[in-house]
Ligand binder design. Structure first.
Ligand code: SF4
Ligand code: SF4
Ligand code: SF4
Ligand code: FES
Length: 942
C-alpha cells in the first residue's frame, strides 16, 4: 500500500439523518442539521482551504482561510463555523474570497521559516499545501520586522519536538489535547502577535502535564510538533493498517514505513476502537521490536546452568518434540502442558491449544488470563451466559452515570479513558470505587460525584450494599427483572438482609454509609448507568463473586441490553479476550464450550482426528504444584514471563527449576528463560499476520509490516512441533487458521480475513443472525435466555493484616509502562518510569521514619523486595501500592498464593505486608545512606 492519507472533512460529523439540502458551487448536497458549510462542501467533493480546522476537532474559526460567500448573506463567513441552512447556496471560489485567502497566507508565510526543502514535514505540511491551493505568488512583507523565527525549540520529549519558529498559532494542538485527549496540558499564552503555544509557564513538554498521547502532533498542520523519528528517518512512503499490541483497547494504527523501516505509527481514523486517537505506548513505544536485546536464533541447552547453544530451527523444533514425547513415555501423557499468550494473535493461540489437545493428548493448557480476567469469564457466563463485556466502546457516549470499579483507565486503557472523559465533560456523572485516588477522581474538567474509597478486599461487601439500597429503597427496575431475569426472589431476600446494608458494612469497607447510599441511588436512577471494571475487581479471592455482584446490580437496575449501560471488563493485555475465546482454558474448547460436552468434543475430534479428553486439564497453579510434586515435567511457555508476572515467585521458580523441559517462546531472554532448556525466538506484532480481539469483542486485523526477523512465523513453529510429535498440522497462511476457527466456533461463524478486510473489524458474536457482528449484547434476551441473579455472599479473604504485616499492598499499572515491562522498558518510555516505586501514605511513612525517595523493604509472609518510597496521599492510611514493571523490583516476590475460589485468579490486590527503611545492601552500601545511618544509630543504642 502507498502512504494512506485519510480525508479530512474539516469539522466533525453531526448525528442524525441528512435533512438539510444546500448547494455548494452548484453541487447539491444533503447533510444532517448542524453540519458546517465546510463539511457539506467536502461531502460534495469540494475542499475549502483551511488551516485551523480539522475533522477531529470542533471548529474554532481563527485562521480565516476558509471564508466563502453565501447568496443572500453579507460578508464572507468562515465556512468551518457556519452551519448549513436549508436552501443555502455557497460559493467557495470568488475573486473576493481568493484575495482574502491570499492576504491571510501572505501574513502566515511572512513569519514562517522558508526552509521547506529541508523541513522534515516537506510533502506533509498543510501550510505548504494551502500556499499552493490559494495561489500565493508573492510575500510582500520582509523578515526585517518582528517575527518568531528565533523562537526556542523544545526537544525534551523523547518522541517529538516542538519547534516554535514554525508555529502558526492555529490552536489545533491545544484543542486536541483538551477535546480528544482530555488532558488540557497546552494553552495559547499571550495575545495577538505575542500569542504562543505553551505547556505551562516556563515548562517544557516533559515538565508539563503532557502524557505524550500524540494527539497534538497528529493535529498540527505544520512541522512545529513533529515526531523525532520523521526528523531522523525522513517522511514515510507507505502504510500498513494494523493493531496496537499493547492493551485491550485494541487501537488501529497506520504503520508508516520508508522501505522496510518503520518510521511512525499513526492512529487510524477508521479504527473502531480508537477512531484516530492513541496513547504513548501504541503511538511511540514500538522501538522494542528492533531492540538489540531481541533474540533471533533458536537456542538449546541440556541444563539451565549450561550456556545457551544457537541451533537451526529444525534442531530446536526436533528437540522440543522429542523431549516432550520422552517425558510422556516416562511420566505419563499428562506430564506436559502449555501456557498460551494473551499478547499473541488468535491464530497463534488457537494452534497452541490445538497442539496441546491434539498432539500432547491432554487438556493441560492454560493462559495468562488465569492471572487477570478469568473471574470475568466465569462470572459473566453464570449471570448473562457469555464470558465477555456487554458493550462497544462507543456506548459510553450514551451513559448518564459511569461507575468505574477497580480500574484506572487513564493509565491502563488510556484511549478508552479519553472517550469516557469526553462523556464526563458533557455532563455524565462519575462514581469511582477504588482504594486509590486514581486520576479520574479529579482531573481537568472531571470530578467524581462519589469516590468510594473502600478497603482492599471488600468489593463484594460494597456491591452488595449498593444492591441492598436498590432493593430496599424501591429502585429495582421491576419490568426488566420480571421480563428478562430469573432467580430474583431468592437474591432479593438475601440482599435485603440487614447485614448487607451500608450501615452494617461501613466499618468493614471503610465507605461511609450515606455516601454509599447516595452512589447507589445515583446509579440506579440514571436513565443509563454503565459499569466499567478492571483487575481491581478480578484479582481477589472473591473476584468471581464480585463480577456476579456487579451483574446482579446491573440487572436489578435494568442496565443491560442497550447503548450507554452494561457491565464492561477493561482487559489488560491486547488479546486477553481472544486468548480466552480460543480455548486456552483447561476446561474449555474454543468458544467457551466445556470439554465434558460430548457433542462439542466430537466436532473437534472429527476435524483434528484422535480423541480429546473429557476431563479438564491442569490450571497454571496446578501445573506448578504438580511440578514440585514431580508429576508435571515439561512446559511450553508461549510469550509470557511467568517468572515475573505470576504471584509468589519463589513457588513459581521452584516449579520451573523442578521441570525437566521448559520451552520459552519470546522476543527476549526473559526471567522465565533463565529456567528454560529450549528458547524459541518469537516475532513482534510488526511481523505478524492475524487477529487480536479487544475488550469490546472486536476482532481486529494485525498485518505484518515486515517478514519475521527470526525466519519463521510462530504458528508455523507450533504446527511443526505438533507435526514432529506425530500429529500433522499444516497451514499455508494464518487466514486458514481463522477459517478453521470460524468452522468450529459458533460465535465466529462467517469470520474470515476477507470479511475483516472488508468491514475493518467485527465484534463477535458473528453468526447468521448477525453476519457483521454484535456491538451490544443481550439486547432482547440474554445469551443464556434469562439473566440469572446469583447470591453473592461476602466471604472475607484469608489474607489479613497482622501485627507483623500491618499494611495491605495492592498493585497496578502506570501509563507509560506495560505489564512486566519487557517491551516498554526497551523504549523511550523509561523516561517516565525508570523504576517501580512504593506509594505510601504520609502517616504510614512518618511512623516508620521514611521520607520521599528512601529505599524501603517491602515484606510479606512469602518474600521480600526493595524499592523506592514515594509519599502520597492517593492511598488511604494502611494501604500501599506499587507497579510490577521492572524485574529488579520483583514485586511479585511478595504476592501470595491466595486466589479466586472459582478460577484460581491470584489475589494480587491484597497482600499483608510490612514496609521498613532499607538497610544498605552488603554489595552496595551507598544505596541508602539514611538506612545505614539508622543502622549505625541502632548499633550505638544497642
Ligand atoms: S501529546 Fe497529548 S497530552 Fe501531550 S500535549 Fe499533546 S495532546 Fe496533550
Ligand atoms: S503547534 Fe501546530 S497545532 Fe499548535 S498552534 Fe502551532 S501550528 Fe497550530
Ligand atoms: S490505548 Fe492501548 S491499544 Fe490503544 S494505543 Fe494505547 S496501548 Fe495501544
Ligand atoms: S479553517 Fe475556518 S477559520 Fe480556520
Amino acid at each position: 500500500m502507498t502512504l494512506l492519507k485519510e480525508p479530512d472533512f474539516g469539522t466533525p460529523e453531526r448525528p442524525g439523518p441528512a435533512t438539510v439540502s444546500v448547494e455548494v458551487d452548484g453541487m447539491p448536497v444533503t447533510v444532517p442539521e448542524g453540519t458546517s458549510v465546510m463539511r457539506a462542501a467536502a461531502l460534495a467533493g469540494i475542499d475549502i482551504p483551511k488551516l485551523c480546522a480539522t475533522d477531529s476537532l470542533e471548529p474554532f474559526g481563527s485562521c480565516r482561510l476558509c471564508v466563502v460567500e453565501i447568496d443572500g448573506r453579507r460578508g464572507t463567513p468562515a465556512s468551518c463555523t457556519t452551519p448549513v441552512a436549508a436552501g443555502m447556496s455557497v460559493r467557495t471560489q470568488t475573486p473576493k474570497v481568493e484575495k482574502l485567502r491570499q492576504g491571510v497566507m501572505e501574513l502566515y508565510i511572512s513569519d514562517h521559516p522558508l526552509d521547506c526543502l529541508t523541513c522534515p514535514a516537506n510533502g506533509d505540511c498543510e501550510l505548504q499545501d494551502m500556499a499552493g491551493v490559494v495561489g500565493l505568488r508573492q510575500v510582500r512583507y520582509g523578515y526585517e520586522g518582528e517575527n518568531h523565527l528565533d523562537a526556542e525549540k523544545d526537544t525534551s520529549n523523547p518522541y517529538f519536538d516542538f519547534d516554535a519558529s514554525k508555529c502558526i498559532a492555529c490552536s489545533r494542538c491545544v484543542r486536541a489535547c483538551g477535546e480528544v485527549q482530555g488532558t488540557f496540558a497546552l494553552t495559547i499564552e499571550g495575545r495577538g502577535f505575542d500569542s504562543k503555544v505553551s505547556a505551562g509557564a516556563g515548562e517544557t513538554f516533559m515538565e508539563s502535564e503532557c502524557v505524550s498521547c500524540g494527539a497534538c502532533v497528529q493535529a498540527c498542520p505544520t512541522s512545529t510538533l513533529q515526531e523525532k523519528s520523521v526528523v531522523e528517518l525522513g517522511m514515510p512512503t507507505r502504510s500498513v493498517i494494523t493493531t496496537c499490541a499493547y492493551c485491550g483497547v485494541g487501537c488501529s494504527f497506520k504503520a508508516e514505513l520508508r522501505g522496510d523501516e518503520l518510521v511512525r505509527m499513526v492512529p487510524h481514523k477508521d479504527g473502531g476502537a480508537n477512531e484516530g486517537h492513541s496513547c504513548v505506548k501504541g503511538r511511540f513505544a514500538f522501538g522494542y521490536a528492533s531492540h538489540p536485546d531481541r533474540m533471533l536464533k533458536p537456542m538449546v541447552r541440556e541444563k539451565i546452568t549450561d550456556p545457551w547453544r544457537e541451533v537451526e530451527w529444525d534442531e530446536a523444533i526436533g528437540t522440543v518434540a522429542r523431549r516432550m514425547r520422552e517425558l510422556q513415555q516416562q511420566y505419563g501423557s499428562g506430564a506436559i502442558g502449555a501456557i498460551t499468550s494473551s499478547r499473541c494473535t488468535n491464530e497463534e493461540v488457537y494452534v497452541v491449544q490445538k497442539m496441546v489437545r491434539a498432539a500432547f493428548g491432554n487438556n493441560n493448557v492454560d493462559t495468562c488470563a488465569r492471572v487477570c480476567h478469568s473471574p470475568t469469564g466465569y462470572g459473566l457466563k453464570q449471570t448473562f451466559g457469555e464470558s465477555a463485556g456487554t458493550q462497544d466502546f462507543r456506548s459510553v457516549a450514551e451513559a448518564d452515570v459511569i461507575m468505574v470499579i477497580g480500574a484506572n483507565p487513564t493509565d491502563g486503557h488510556p484511549v478508552f479513558a479519553s472517550r469516557m472523559k469526553r462523556r464526563l465533560r458533557e455532563g455524565a456523572k462519575l462514581i469511582v470505587v477504588d482504594p486509590r485516588r486514581i486520576d479520574l477522581v479529579r482531573s481537568p474538567h472531571v470530578q467524581a460525584e462519589h469516590h468510594l474509597q473502600l478497603r482492599p478486599s471488600t468489593n463484594v461487601a460494597v456491591v452488595n450494599a449498593m444492591a441492598h439500597v436498590v432493593v430496599t429503597e424501591g429502585l429495582v427496575d421491576r419490568a426488566f427483572v420480571d421480563e428478562r431475569c430469573e432467580d430474583f426472589d431468592g437474591w432479593e431476600e438475601f440482599i435485603a438482609r440487614p447485614e448487607n446494608s451500608p450501615e452494617a458494612t461501613e466499618e468493614l469497607t471503610g465507605v461511609p454509609a450515606e455516601e454509599l447510599r447516595a452512589a447507589a441511588r445515583l446509579y440506579a436512577q440514571a436513565p443509563n448507568g454503565a459499569i466499567y471494571y478492571g483487575l481491581g475487581v478480578t484479582e481477589h479471592s472473591q473476584g468471581s463473586t464480585m463480577v456476579m455482584g456487579m451483574a446482579n446490580l446491573a440487572m436489578a437496575c435494568g442496565n443491560i441490553g442497550r447503548d450507554g449501560v452494561g457491565v464492561n471488563p477493561l482487559r489488560g493485555q491486547n488479546n486477553v479476550q481472544g486468548s480466552c475465546d480460543m480455548g486456552s482454558f483447561p476446561h474449555e474448547l474454543p468458544g467457551y464450550r466445556h470439554v465434558s460436552d460430548d457433542a462439542v468434543r466430537t466436532v473437534f475430534e472429527n476435524l483434528w482426528g484422535g480423541t480429546i479428553l473429557a476431563e479438564p486439564g491442569l490450571r497454571i497453579p496446578n501445573m506448578f504444584d504438580a511440578a514440585i510434586d514431580g508429576t508435571f515435567r515439561g512446559l511450553f511457555v508461549h510469550g509470557e514471563d511467568i517468572a515475573q508476572s505470576d504471584p509468589n515467585l519463589k513457588h513459581v521458580t521452584a516449579a520451573l527449576e523442578a521441570m525437566e523441559l521448559v520451552v520459552v517462546q519470546d522476543l527476549f531472554l526473559n526471567e522465565t528463560a533463565k529456567f528454560a532448556h529450549v528458547f524459541l525466538p518469537g516475532a513482534s506484532f510488526l511481523e505478524k499476520d492475524g487477529t487480536f480481539t479487544n475488550a469490546e469483542r472486536r476482532i481486529n486485523r494485525v498485518r505484518a509490516v515486515m517478514k519475521p526477523k527470526t525466519g519463521k512465523h510462530e504458528w508455523q513453529i507450533v504446527s511443526e512441533i505438533a507435526t514432529a510429535m506425530g500429529h500433522p498440522m499444516s497451514y499455508g497462511h494464518p487466514s486458514e487458521i481463522m477459517d478453521e476457527i470460524a468452522q468450529v466456533t459458533p460465535t465466529f461463524t462467517g469470520v474470515s480475513f476477507q470479511l475483516l478486510d472488508k468491514l475493518g473489524s467485527v465484534q463477535w458474536p458473528c453468526n447468521e443472525e448477525a453476519p457483521e457482528g454484535t456491538p451490544i449484547m443481550h439486547v432482547d434476551e440474554f445469551v443464556r435466555g434469562k439473566g440469572r441473579f446469583v447470591v453473592t455472599t461476602f466471604v472475607p479473604t484469608a489474607e489479613r493484616s497482622t501485627r507483623r504485616f500491618p499494611l495491605i499492598l495492592t498493585t497496578g499499572r502506570i501509563l507509560s509502562q506495560y505489564n512486566v515491562g519487557a517491551q516498554t522498558r526497551r523504549t523511550g518510555n523509561v523516561a517516565w518510569h525508570p523504576e517501580d516505586v512504593l506509594e505510601l501514605h504520609p502517616h504510614d511513612a512518618e511512623v516508620r521514619g521514611i521520607v520521599d525517595g528512601d529505599m524501603v523493604t517491602l515484606a510479606s509472609r512469602v518474600g521480600e523486595t526493595r524499592l523506592k518510597a514515594e509519599i502520597s496521599d492517593r492511598m488511604p492510611p494502611g494501604v500501599v501500592y506499587t507497579t510490577f514493571h521492572h524485574p529488579v523490583t520483583g514485586a511479585n516476590v511478595v504476592t501470595t498464593e491466595n486466589s479466586d475460589w472459582a478460577t484460581n485468579c491470584p489475589e494480587y490486590k491484597v497482600t499483608a505486608v510490612q514496609v521498613g527503611l532499607a538497610r544498605p545492601r552488603r554489595d552496595d552500601g551507598a544505596e541508602n545512606d539514611r538506612g545505614r545511618e539508622r543502622d549505625e544509630l541502632l548499633t550505638v543504642v544497642d
